[in-house]
Every structure is written in structure tokens, then in C-alpha cells.
Design a protein around this ligand. Structure first.
Ligand code: SAM
Ligand code: DTB
Ligand code: SF4
Length: 325
């Protein structure tokens, strides 16, 4: 099967609008062609610099503009991050994603420290991922040279809905950073959030943008909004699990060899609901009792879910072997 980058908006819409059980069945079939089903990658997040971010992302606990009661934390020491990485590895995680509440990377001592962290985590044999805001070509190259495996930079929603959520940077700024990451030879992790008050059309447009990139992102995180008190979206009603399932299934069909990550929002899903997400093609999750600043299911809860559903963790770098016939 040939990967396609020429999906039309109408085709994506039709897939997304397929009756949900039929959609899950089709996505599960695509999933099976490319991956061993029942295998799920475990990733761990660490917030290496927390809060006091200058951006105005309406969903975020870390923006300086909203009173969220979050404790601000300057950039961690390399040793602290290495301890985290070791604990994550011991708990079966194969990817460490280091997040910083920055608008963009600046060329200073803090960035040099992040490069050291990247080297250290890479040397431990973990896939190392960063999410640090906007990057230049030179910064992306430095991260690549330090051994960065993936860079996370989400489009979050459709181009149309984007400025209802964030005004301090544009959709094109986001796309430009993703391009820098791609050019530097780092794998791309790019996805979005549901539950922001967007319409089905916005979700379809987001998936269309991702699936028509010259190369599909290697990883697509689908986040369910975790409402944060004090932010403009703090009183948003909970996201609809069926929208999450439809997003995952559509992403799986459009981008068959991509790792589709069931990301934020798992805390509010039952095991049965998560099982449908795995059936629909999700093959990666964040583990550990905290995401960046909000709670996530505990290792014990996830272990129990893996046992119950007969899931097994994926080994590091294994997705490189996703089959394209
Ligand atoms: N500052 C960097 C940036 O914005 O690119 C990196 C960190 S930011 C927290 C990473 C992503 O997490 C966001 O793009 C968004 O998709 C997701 N996210 C943040 N807060 C969230 C929330 N409350 N619920 C769900 N997803 C969230
Ligand atoms: C992504 O798409 N989701 C992760 C990761 N990339 C960086 C972050 C989720 C954050 C959820 C809200 C919080 O814990 O602050
Ligand atoms: Fe800052 Fe990222 Fe939060 Fe936006 S999502 S406020 S850029 S930390």
C-alpha cells in the first residue's frame, strides 16, 4: 500500500463521518496491516521548565496571563532530568518528552543545558523528544546533533479556529517550525486537541493538514482538553469520547504508519473507552501519574489496563519498522 499525501478535504470528511463502528473496523484493519496490534508505546513527559509562559494559549495552565495557581519552576538541572529518565525507563517507558513553557528557544545557557539533557537521555537508549516552542533552522540542527529523536509542536486545531484559541503566534509560525524540524532530520510529532469548542469541520481540517504534509508526522498526539480553572477554557464541558475515537480512527486511516498517541484526557476515560481508542488505532500513550502539569492515570492503573486488555509495551525505536508494502 502506498502512503498518500494527496487526500482531499472531502475524502477526509467522508472518512471522519463514517458510522463510528464501521470507521473503527476500517481503522483496525489498516492498523493490522502496519503494526502488531495490542502493542502500545509508553512515553513519559517531564516538564523541565514550568509556567510563566508569555503565550496566550486558552487551554494552558502555564500561560502567565491566567491565574491558574500553578507553581512556576525554572529550568531543571540536568541531573534531575536524568533521574526522571532513569525512573521512566525502569517503569518500561521508551520515550522521554521534555517540555518547556517557552514561546521559542533562545540561544543562551538554558538552551545549552537542554542540549546536554538531550545527549544524556539519548545515551540511555531512550527515544528523546522535546517540546520547547518555536525553533530556527540552526537550533533544530543543534538539537539533531545532540541526538534528538523527535520534536513535538502541535497545530492544535484548524487554521480557521486557531486564532480563537491562540493569538500570540500564527498557524504559519507553527508550520515553519515543523518544517525546520523536518529539514534537520528530526522526526515530527504534531497533533492537536479536541474539546476546545471546535466543530467537526475543524477536526477534519486539522487531520487534512497533517495528512497532506509532504511527509506524514511520525507521531500524531490527539489530546482531549483537560480544563484548567482560571483559563478561558476552564469551564468547557468535557470532550466527547466518540470525537476522540473518530479522530484516532481517521488519523490511522490517513496516516497508516504513524504512531497515533492517545495523549491528554485519559484520566477522564474508562478502560472500555480507552480500549475503543486502541482498537481504532491508537498505539501510544503517556504513562506516569502526571502529564506536564495535570494528573494522568498511575502506573498501577495502566498496568491493570494492559493486563485486562492483553496489551504489551513496544520497544524503543520499533516504529521505524512500521511496514509499508
Ligand atoms: N510550550 C510548548 C508549545 O506550546 O509548543 C510546549 C508545551 S505545550 C504544553 C504542548 C501541547 O500540549 C500543546 O500544544 C497542547 O496541544 C497540549 N496541551 C497543553 N495544555 C493542554 C490541556 N490543558 N489539555 C490538553 N492538551 C493540552
Ligand atoms: C502533546 O500533544 N501532549 C502532551 C505533549 N504533547 C507535550 C502535553 C499534554 C499536556 C496536558 C496538560 C498539562 O499536563 O499541562
Ligand atoms: Fe506556553 Fe506552550 Fe502553554 Fe502555549 S501551550 S501557553 S506556548 S507552554
Amino acid at each position: 500500500m502506498q502512503l498518500r499525501n494527496d487526500w482531499t478535504l472531502e475524502e477526509v470528511y467522508q472518512i471522519y463521518e463514517t458510522p463510528v463502528l464501521e470507521l473503527v473496523y476500517k481503522a483496525a484493519a489498516v492498523h493490522r496491516q502496519h503494526f502488531q496490534t495490542g502493542r502500545v508505546q509508553l512515553c513519559t513527559l517531564v516538564s523541565i521548565k514550568t509556567g510563566a509562559c508569555t503565550e496566550d494559549c486558552s487551554y494552558c495552565s502555564q500561560s502567565i496571563r491566567y491565574q491558574t495557581g500553578l507553581k512556576v519552576h525554572a529550568l531543571m538541572k540536568k541531573e534531575e532530568v536524568m533521574d526522571y529518565a532513569k525512573r521512566a525507563k525502569d517503569a518500561g517507558s521508551t520515550r522521554l518528552c521534555m517540555g518547556a513553557a517557552w514561546r521559542e528557544v533562545r540561544d543562551n545557557k538554558d538552551f545549552d543545558r537542554v542540549l546536554e539533557m538531550v545527549k544524556g537521555v539519548n545515551d540511555m537508549g531512550l527515544e528523546v523528544c522535546c517540546t520547547l516552542g518555536m525553533l530556527t533552522d540552526e537550533q533544530a540542527q543543534k538539537l539533531a546533533d545532540a541526538g534528538l529523536y523527535a520534536y513535538n509542536h502541535n497545530l492544535d486545531t484548524s487554521r480557521e479556529y486557531y486564532d480563537k484559541i491562540i493569538t500570540t503566534r500564527t498557524y504559519d509560525d507553527r508550520l515553519k517550525t515543523i518544517d525546520c524540524v523536518r529539514k534537520a532530520g528530526i522526526t515530527v510529532c504534531c497533533g492537536g486537541i479536541i474539546g476546545l469548542g471546535e466543530k467537526h469541520e475543524d477536526r477534519v481540517q486539522l487531520l487534512h493538514t497533517l495528512a497532506t504534509m509532504p511527509q506524514h508526522p511520525e507521531s500524531v498526539p490527539i489530546n482531549g482538553l483537560v480544563p484548567i480553572k482560571g483559563t478561558p477554557l476552564g469551564n468547557q464541558s468535557p470532550f466527547d469520547v466518540w470525537d476522540m475515537i473518530k479522530m484516532i480512527a481517521t488519523a490511522r486511516i490517513l496516516m497508516p504508519t504513524t504512531m497515533v498517541r492517545l495523549s491528554a484526557g485519559r484520566q477522564s476515560l474508562s478502560i472500555a473507552e480507552q480500549a475503543l481508542c486502541f482498537l481504532a488505532g491508537a498505539n501510544s500513550i503517556f504513562t506516569g501519574d502526571k502529564l506536564l502539569t495535570t494528573p494522568n492515570p498511575t502506573f498501577d492503573e495502566d498496568n491493570e489496563m494492559f493486563k485486562l486488555l492483553g496489551l504489551t509495551p513496544i520497544a524503543p525505536f520499533e516504529q521505524k519498522e512500521a511496514v509499508v508494502e
